[in-house]
Design a protein around this ligand. Structure first.
Ligand code: AHM
Ligand code: MG
Length: 287
């Protein structure tokens, strides 16, 4: 407890300061994946290169993960979580980096945990439903508390870091303004804003209550901030399987985006079907 907050004194490949808990979470996740015997290769936000699992040469799965997402919130005790995406490798796979540069449509399973007032696990399989579990501390087991999660088709809540609005492209500015200043005479009320700054927490709330979460690409970060393999694609799979939508800043379906490198980034809009459709419609108007 005494030594766990603060910086670990090292940086990860994207230059972020690593927290001690980032390092610990990374070690725990890798050890768990390796000891499962089912994983051939791992990608972690905290490791520059892929992590091979030489003790499981016949394993058929690759796992991409962000061990502690939202770590800038750690010292304030705000919810963080783990995001993961699981790919099935081709027969005879060597478990190379290139085999992971595939679209999210290739994911066989994806999900995330959130360590908040309670510990949640949300998981979905390819073509399946989304199931939510809550950790029962007394039993030490995840209990199925949210079977077959379906998100509301719309909800007037938006979640975005508006501190970046100076750098946003015109369609993003117009879209967010349309939520805050509904057209006169339309009878519409302004949306509520909610932004925690932990993708897992913002996404979990959006999944339950509906609305939209966005981290657009902008003039300062033309590729966006969030990573495709272990943030955008797994979340997109969860949201689509719960009846929502997820697109990148070019309004392409997020799950079809192919990362150019294992730590490649993308802009993202994900949420209730109708809310994401509004973003797509505003962008279409701009051509
Ligand atoms: P991390 O993986 O280093 O924690 O960064 C990802 C986090 C997301 O959880 C969150 O949505 C976003 O970064 C917040 O970024 P910002 O502080 O720029 O709003
Ligand atoms: Mg992250």
């Amino acid at each position: 407890m005494a030594q766990l907050s603060g910086l670990a004194g090292s940086s990860n490949m994207t230059g972020d300061d690593q927290k001690k808990l980032d390092v610990i979470g990374n070690d725990i996740f890798i050890a768990a994946m390796k000891s499962s015997g089912r994983v051939k290769v791992i990608v972690s936000e905290e490791e520059d290169e892929i992590i091979p699992c030489p003790d499981s040469p016949h394993a058929r799965y690759a796992v991409a993960c962000d061990p502690i997402d939202g770590s800038s919130n750690l010292d304030a005790g705000v919810s963080v979580g783990t995001i993961f995406g699981i790919f099935k490798l081709a027969e005879g796979s060597k478990g190379t980096k290139e085999e992971l540069l595939v679209p999210g449509t290739e994911l066989v399973a994806a999900g995330f945990t959130m360590y908040g007032a309670s510990t949640q696990l949300v998981i979905t399989m390819k073509g399946g439903s989304v199931n939510g579990f809550t950790m029962d501390n007394a039993l030490g087991e995840f209990i199925l508390t949210h079977p077959d999660m379906k998100m509301p088709k719309k909800r007037a809540i938006y979640s975005v870091n508006e501190g970046n609005s100076l750098y946003w492209e015109e369609p993003v500015k117009e879209y967010v303004n349309s939520l805050k200043y509904p057209a006169e005479g339309s009878g519409g009320k302004p949306y509520s804003g909610r932004y925690i700054g932990s993708m897992v927490a913002d996404a979990y709330r959006t999944l339950l209550y509906g609305g939209i979460f966005a981290y657009p690409a902008d003039k300062k970060s033309p590729k966006g901030k969030l990573r495709i393999l272990y943030e955008c694609a797994p979340m997109a799979m969860v949201f689509e399987n719960a009846g929502g939508q997820a697109v990148n800043s070019k309004m392409q379906r997020m799950l079809t985006v192919i990362p150019e490198s294992i730590h490649d980034r993308s802009g993202i809009f994900l949420g209730s079907y109708d809310e994401v459709q509004k973003v797509i419609d505003v962008h279409a108007k701009h051509g």
